[in-house]
Design a protein around this ligand. Structure first.
Ligand code: SUG
Length: 445
């Protein structure tokens, strides 16, 4: 079978900016209005991908989406040429303009939920794009996400694509950021941990300050779509106090890989029940790595993004933890990594520190930037397009970024029709580099 986990990182798009669009995401809210550097952001993302490639991991890449989304502006009644549409939106509805310019598709942990073929009754890999209905800027993503996933995972004998769930609060879905698969090894059957923030029908406990972005009903629907049985699934409620402290996705407070679940003590409303159920449904002993609140406070967990690390398996069974640079700057967090994680009774024996600051200021750490897809050798061979990173593709993509990206973007630049032109030209070229065909609306009109 030779199953490997492929991390598909989202390329940071040419309109990457700080618009403060994500309520309940502390970094996004506190960096609103800052000047961004899309070129640096894209190069930081590519550098992370390249260092994982160099370390022997299989690395994939997903393209950014076309922004500004002029189609969305037109649907909202802004008519005329691209220039007229952008000018009028900037004048009359600057918040809407900011939303349609967001490069948020870079956080591919929210692109969708994936079930590997070993767990699916029909032996195919299953995909559901997340509806991301919690915010307008992210609600704009799933249509193109579905097209991109279908273009890359095109072989119908091996890959199955489901529609995004109904985009309404009862089925609020944010994808793989709230889904963790625990198993002996990526090619072995897994238990699927779905973490939700609220129950739409009949729920009692909810966060008070910030929105819960995932419902139990959404998670259950995804499991049904993918053919997962109750014996394969665990549904656990996220601790509402964590959401109210800025933990807007489960991947801001927990990360799993193979049999290891690294989590903060405040991750789940009922920690013991969650672990017990996992133990019952996993085919291998669970290795819980619990970080107590005395070691790392909720605020430090949110500020450092310790749990938004990537936990990756090496061929010998040991694991590498890929943490954002912010972890090194926080004394408690860095000590916890050394004392509790690296020195503890678990397979984690290496830490890699990566600078993804441009994304971090929007609340997107290393784990947000990637969609995990466990694929057999035959499934990897069946991918369409040129989306698995190698040295040549890395070279082409960095040169492409250098050629097309700006190194400074202020909120008032978003109305510049030239930016829309530049993005169009860049993405047109990118689809040729990646060989994925036409996945964008393209015409500026
Ligand atoms: O949805 N930030 C994203 C960050 C997503 C992180 N993903 C995971 N945790 N998996 C969000 O909150 C901010 C955009 C802005 O403010 O301009 C934003 O959308």
């Amino acid at each position: 079978m030779n199953v490997r986990e492929v991390n598909f990182d989202g390329l940071v798009g040419p309109t990457h900016n700080y618009s403060g669009l994500a309520h309940g995401n502390v970094a996004s809210m506190s960096h609103e209005g800052l000047i961004s550097n899309p070129k640096e952001g894209a190069l930081q993302g590519l550098a992370k991908m390249k260092s994982l490639l160099d370390a022997g991991f299989v690395q994939g890449v997903l393209p950014p989406q076309q922004r500004p989304d002029l189609g969305a502006l037109r649907a909202l009644g802004f008519t005329g040429s691209a220039k007229q549409v952008l000018e009028r939106a900037a004048r009359e509805a600057p918040q809407i303009l900011r939303a349609v310019c967001s490069a948020s598709s870079m956080w591919t942990a929210n692109a969708g939920t994936v079930t590997p073929s070993v767990d699916a009754p029909d032996g195919r890999v299953h995909f559901t794009p997340a509806n991301l209905q919690s915010s307008f800027h992210r609600y704009l993503e799933p249509e193109t996400t579905g097209r991109v996933l279908a273009a890359i995972f095109r072989d119908e004998a091996r890959f199955a694509h489901h529609p995004a769930l109904p985009a309404t609060p009862a089925f609020s879905d944010e994808g793989a950021a709230n889904h963790t698969r625990l198993c002996a090894d990526h090619g072995e059957p897994g238990a699927h941990l779905f973490v939700y923030g609220r129950q739409a029908f009949g729920g009692e406990v909810e966060p008070k300050r910030y929105p819960a972005r995932q419902t139990l009903e959404a998670s259950q629907a995804i499991a049904r779509q993918h053919g997962l049985s109750p014996a394969q699934t665990v549904f656990a409620q996220q601790h509402p106090d964590a959401i109210d402290a800025g933990v807007f996705h489960n991947d801001v407070i927990a990360v799993g890989n193979g049999p290891v679940l690294l989590y903060h003590e405040m991750a789940f409303l009922d920690e013991q029940k969650t672990l017990d159920e996992l133990r019952k449904k996993m085919a291998t002993p669970l290795i819980p790595v619990r970080v107590p609140i005395e070691a790392v406070s909720l605020d430090d967990a949110v500020a450092s993004y310790l749990f938004n690390s990537q936990l990756l398996s090496k061929p010998d069974g040991s694991m590498t933890l890929v943490v954002p640079g912010e972890c090194e700057e926080n004394e408690d967090v860095w000590r916890t990594i050394q004392d509790l994680l690296l020195a503890g009774p678990n397979p984690i024996n290496e830490v890699l520190v990566k600078d993804v600051k441009q994304s971090m200021r929007n609340g997107g750490g290393p784990a947000c930037l990637r969609l995990r897809v466990a694929l057999s050798a035959a499934e990897r061979d069946a991918l369409s397009g040129r989306v698995l990173l190698d040295d040549a593709l890395y070279g082409e993509l960095t040169a492409w970024v250098e050629r097309h990206y700006r190194d400074r973007l202020a909120p008032e630049d978003l109305a510049d029709p030239q930016l829309a032109e530049e993005t169009l030209t860049a993405l047109d070229e990118l689809t040729r580099i990646l060989g994925i065909g036409s996945v964008y609306p393209f015409q500026l009109g």
